[in-house]
Design a protein around this ligand. Structure first.
Ligand code: IPE
Ligand code: IPE
Ligand code: MG
Length: 251
């Protein structure tokens, strides 16, 4: 989306091109807490507050989709007490932040193997989806119990079954068909692939986040730990995106 904003009064650099879909790998909660000599869960709590702020600024800027990696299929290997705390965060998020996001026209969706989530977690997200389903602002898309390889396996299984059922032949399998079988099919067709992926905390990897969809995403890495990632940090990421030249294989 193109936005031409010249804000002469505030002299703040305002991004001219706002990416349609931003993916965020919200990393560094544990280290943030450790630095403060607090238990890791306090980092997750602070991380939820950061997410609320970033969702608001993304919505204000006109970002259309914000996919946030909240829990990976690999994160079950963490201590049970930490997993339970994280799984309860969507319930808190629903009580504390969803009413305001709803007022601001934000639409909440989710991807991942969400039927394997604890009942309360799933219900909180379902209620948020239901409440906000007619909203037309930012789509805040939670990736919870999400794993990119698991997503691709499920898509391949479904496509193989469809071929066996003679719904189409192997020759019909193209990028569009694969995209239509991934979990991001719940997003509008032109918005499924992130334009920009942000990862906080200095780690330089994708950790199984949207491997198919990220094929041409711009990647932005910052050392800021997720709970410290605020509106200004988000704007910095968008400004950095504005300086990229996306060529998609062209010249
Ligand atoms: C990201 O922060 C949140 C989740 C993965 C759920 P971490 O918990 O991974 O924080 P670090 O990487 O240990 O600092
Ligand atoms: C990626 O962070 C998953 C989320 C942010 C939810 P991790 O902390 O789990 O990733 P690794 O283990 O450092 O790759
Ligand atoms: Mg981490």
């Amino acid at each position: 989306m193109f936005k031409f904003q010249f804000n002469q009064k505030s002299r703040v650099e305002v991004p001219q091109v706002v990416p349609n879909h931003v993916g965020v790998i919200m990393d560094g909660n544990g280290r943030w807490a450790k630095k403060r000599m607090q238990p890791r869960i306090m980092g997750h709590k602070a991380g939820m507050e950061a997410l609320h702020k970033v969702a608001k600024v993304a919505n204000d800027m006109g970002v259309q989709v914000l996919t946030v990696y909240a829990f990976s299929t690999e994160n079950w290997s963490r201590p049970q007490s930490e997993v339970s705390f994280i799984m309860n965060l969507p319930v808190d998020f629903y009580d504390n932040y969803v009413p305001e996001l709803h007022k601001n026209n934000v639409k909440i969706q989710m991807i991942g193997d969400t039927d394997r989530l604890p009942e309360g977690t799933f219900t909180a997200l379902r209620k948020a989806e239901e409440l906000t389903k007619l909203n037309t602002g930012l789509i805040l898309n939670f990736a919870l119990n999400y794993g990119g390889r698991a997503e691709i396996i499920a898509a391949v299984q479904q496509i193989a079954q469809d071929v066996l059922d003679a719904k189409y032949s192997p020759d019909d399998i193209d990028e569009q068909l694969i995209s239509d079988h991934l979990q991001t099919r719940s997003l509008p067709r032109t918005l499924r692939d992130p334009d920009l992926i942000i990862r906080t905390s200095g780690e330089l990897r994708l950790s199984n986040f949207l491997p198919w969809q990220a094929a041409y995403s711009e990647l932005y890495f910052t050392d800021v730990l997720w709970p410290d990632f605020d509106e200004a940090a988000f704007r910095d990421a968008i400004l950095a995106y504005n300086k990229r030249k996306r060529r998609f294989g062209g010249i």
